[in-house]
Design a protein around this ligand. Structure first.
Ligand code: NAD
Length: 444
């Protein structure tokens, strides 16, 4: 047990595993977190406003590819998991962990509406002794300036009646090497007792907790991690364009550079940034910086370079078709991969949508293949043809003027793809091990 000034009932409940853990937001982050607490011996309550998701979970079915339905059914059978859309039941949870979305709004500013509405729902039923932890990625100050005032409208006082902390989610969906349990968790509380309780709770379910002095440090830590990725990816994306002009293969350069045992971490270029985090989170920080009258040049520049990548890929594709005396207009182009990264089914912010839009506006005849995305989902900012994933048969590949590899899913048979396609644009170096017909492959 972690030493401290007083023993709270919650501390006892955490230690003897009778504490009920509530998770709000049953998505890519919330469900793996529930798994970590169930594996640690806790009973969990899962909250979501999306009734369809709750219904599916209640019938023992998963809607996320890498979370098997067996797990959900097993948790239900052992009475370890109760999914619900009834927010009044938040009162039953001893600890409430918030994993709701934090997107950007139309003007690309932080949209905290999901966090705010969750805080309102918790505030309506908040009771003495509860621990609330925000996990959603956000700018430093959100827990103190946005969540705390809403919760204190209940008349209860933080650090005394209830406890509040921030602990960023570091989930990496589809990465088989890391689970919610095996990734260390940074924890920063609003006050010493909140910190202690949050650290004690996560300490039961994850391999290691890293205690920091405040919620703001924990919030900034997550944004630093994602900005670091965005900036480094932008750097290799820019170098990709330069090296290509010089006739040098960027992927070969990176593979050589990463043999240095210190001072270098490999980041890889691609067709643009995707996912819920890297294209979005740095802009939470630049928004905050603007309010403090400071520009964040690295963030803006990285965003500019990364968002220019789909156009670069399309220009390389057009050049390659041109070399075969074909215009983009009327050419059949197949995009391989709609998910934003390999081996996941998540299409959020995927650069494939921008590629489809650019190619569509230039008159290409489009189709796609993605084993995890059977139908092209409707996305707010894109008006695209209603397409369905095509099976990668030899006839289909041969019928296309160009195959554009946007996501390097392991399920694709690259040897087969290259052998049956006339032209391949590879944005991920997915075909690196294919030896035959390399003259058909153009990296971009
Ligand atoms: N997906 C990732 O890889 C990842 C990694 C690290 C951090 N994060 C962060 O974690 C947070 C959640 O991301 P996600 O990918 O799990 O999102 P998600 O969209 O997969 O899941 C969020 C869930 O919250 C539900 N929801 C929305 N408002 C709600 C409310 N008021 N009450 C209850 N449920 C509500 C939605 O219906 C949805 O099911 C975001 O801040 C994200 O930036 C995501």
């Amino acid at each position: 047990m972690i030493a401290g000034p007083s023993t709270q009932p919650l501390e006892i409940a955490i230690n003897d595993k009778t504490a009920r853990v509530g998770v709000v937001g049953l998505g890519y982050v919330g469900l793996p977190l529930i798994r970590a607490f169930i594996d640690a011996g806790y009973r969990t309550l899962g909250f979501d406003v999306d009734q369809r998701k709750v219904d599916q979970l209640q019938s023992g079915k998963s809607y996320i590819k890498h979370i098997p339905s067996d797990w959900i059914a097993g948790w239900l059978a052992k009475d370890r998991f109760e999914p619900t859309s009834d927010m009044s039941r938040l009162r039953e949870a001893d600890a409430v962990l918030i994993c709701v979305p934090t997107p950007l709004n139309e003007s690309r500013d932080p949209d905290l509406s999901y966090i705010e509405s969750t805080a309102v729902q918790i505030g309506q039923v908040l009771r003495k002794g509860q621990l609330i932890v925000l996990e959603s990625t956000t700018y430093p100050g959100t827990t103190r300036d946005v969540v705390l005032p809403i919760l204190e409208r209940s008349g209860l006082k933080v650090g005394q009646d209830f406890f509040l902390a921030y602990s960023p989610e570091r989930e990496d969906p589809g990465n088989p090497s890391f689970t919610a349990h095996s990734i260390p968790k940074v924890v920063g509380g609003m006050d010493p007792l909140s910190s202690r309780l949050a650290e004690l709770l996560y300490g039961q379910a994850v391999v290691k907790t890293v205690s920091v002095s405040s919620c703001e440090v924990a919030e900034a830590c997550k944004i630093l991690e994602n900005t670091y990725r965005s900036v480094n990816i932008a750097m290799v994306n820019e170098l990709k364009v330069l090296f290509d002009r010089l006739g040098i293969d960027i992927w070969e350069v990176i593979d050589a550079a990463k043999t240095k045992p210190f001072g270098f971490q490999a980041f890889y270029p691609g067709p643009g940034l995707g996912g819920h985090c890297i294209p979005i989170d740095p802009f939470y920080l630049s928004w905050l910086a603007r309010r403090h009258e400071m520009p964040t040049r690295f963030i803006e520049l990285a965003g500019e370079i990364n968002t220019s990548m789909p156009r670069y890929v399309v220009s390389r594709l057009a050049e390659a078709l041109n070399d075969q005396s074909k215009p983009l207009r009327g050419s059949k182009i197949s995009i391989l991969g709609i998910a934003y990264k390999k081996d996941v089914d998540d299409p959020r912010e995927s650069p494939s949508f921008e590629l489809l839009k650019l190619l569509d506006s230039r008159g290409a005849i489009l189709s796609y293949s993605d084993p995890f995305v059977p139908q092209l989902p409707r996305m707010r900012h894109y008006q695209l043809p209603q397409l369905q994933s095509q099976p990668l048969s030899a006839e289909y590949l041969a019928s296309q003027d160009c195959v554009l590899i946007a996501t390097d899913h392991s399920a694709f048979d690259y040897e087969f793809i290259v052998s049956h396609s006339t032209l391949i644009i590879d944005t991920r170096n997915a075909t690196k091990n294919v030896l035959a017909n390399r003259d058909r492959i153009h990296k971009a």
